[in-house]
Design a protein around this ligand. Structure first.
Ligand SMILES: C/C=C/C(=O)SCCNC(=O)CCNC(=O)[C@H](O)C(C)(C)COP(=O)(O)OP(=O)(O)OC[C@H]1O[C@@H](n2cnc3c(N)ncnc32)[C@H](O)[C@@H]1OP(=O)(O)O
Length: 286
């Protein structure tokens, strides 16, 4: 059972993470990039000598975080039933391809959706470049704790969601994920067994381990810049979305986009099952 005051005040020590170009490339491989090794856009993220090689902006989501802290025994959370509900990130400065980042995490609110429905845990991480002191990024996430509703906490306000146009998408981009993608992606720091252990996955109600939501988010982030920013991944400065359904590794993700100046509304669907997996997306270029 969640104790509202205790969980909201949970202290997270600052996390200092040094990473190299090898980590930057491993992150990109965990999005299924490199699956087309003759494609310049794939190489730009996976080969350090390629022209325009850089860290993908969405990598801020895996750096200097507290890990899957819900598994720690004193949280009161049913960690096996937690799903990633929403995520956003904003780049205040480009993410270096290697360096040392300090992340400071806090829980900003916990919303009670009711018994049998769940709880929303909102968190925020501010990420600073250690060498220069520059604020690099702000990352916000929502955990949907399906087993922990009815704890007597506030029932709102919830974060507003971005509304997509009702017209047909103006651009689409397809990316085939790898069957072993979750096993690669987890090496960037999210070791939740839900993404690797078949027994844990079936226990949580899935037919097999599901892909990390943040890997799907990385695919959509990269796809937007591949389709609308001449393949320059660093053009992406903000992205927010809601995870609407799980993805199984090996499925094809089609990102559907509407552009309005620097802003791109988007959603993504799994082609094989025709299911929307990312919804209410908003990205900013430049
Ligand atoms: C630790 C795990 C890491 C991972 O990476 S997991 C993989 C990535 N995440 C996912 O695959 C999650 C995909 N999303 C889902 O499966 C579902 O989506 C949810 C289980 C999260 C919710 O589904 P349902 O309970 O059927 O939602 P509803 O009946 O459509 O709405 C109930 C209330 O919940 C709000 N809500 C729905 N989806 C989300 C979301 N993704 N994040 C935050 N809130 C959400 C709605 O608005 C509504 O609220 P109101 O009752 O006030 O009208």
């Amino acid at each position: 059972m969640i104790d509202y005051e205790t969980l909201k005040a949970r202290a997270f020590a600052p996390v200092e993470q040094s990473y190299t170009q090898r980590d930057t490339i491993l992150y990109a491989l965990g999005l299924g990039l490199g699956g087309d090794p003759l494609d310049a856009a794939h190489l730009r993220a996976t080969y350090e000598r390629a022209e325009g090689f850089c860290a993908l902006p969405s990598m801020v989501n895996v750096l200097a975080g507290p890990g899957f802290w819900a598994m720690e025994p004193d949280t009161g959370l049913t960690w096996q039933k937690i799903l990633h509900g929403e995520q956003s990130f904003t780049l205040h400065a480009p993410l270096p391809a290697e360096g040392t980042i300090v992340g400071e995490t806090r829980i900003t609110e916990i919303i009670d959706k009711g018994e049998g429905k769940g709880a929303l845990i909102y968190s925020e991480r501010r990420m600073t470049d250690k060498a220069s002191g520059t604020l690099i990024a702000t990352v916000e996430g929502t955990s949907f704790a399906r087993g922990d509703g009815g704890f007597g906490g506030p029932t709102g306000p919830v974060k507003p969601v971005h509304t997509l146009p009702e017209t047909e998408p103006e651009a689409v981009f397809e990316h085939r994920t790898l069957p072993g993608q979750a096993l690669i992606y987890r090496l960037s720091g999210d070791y939740n067994p839900l993404h690797a252990d078949p027994e844990v996955a079936t226990g949580a109600g899935f037919k097999a381990p599901i892909l990390h939501g943040l890997s799907t988010l990385g695919v959509a982030s990269w796809s937007i810049t591949a389709a609308l920013a001449d393949g320059d991944p660093a053009a992406l400065t903000h992205l927010q979305l809601r995870f609407s359904s799980p993805v199984y590794p090996g499925e094809t993700i089609r990102t559907e986009m509407w552009r309005d100046g620097d802003e791109v509304s988007f959603r993504a669907r799994v082609v094989e099952r025709d299911v929307v997996v990312l919804n209410n997306g908003l990205a900013r270029l430049g």
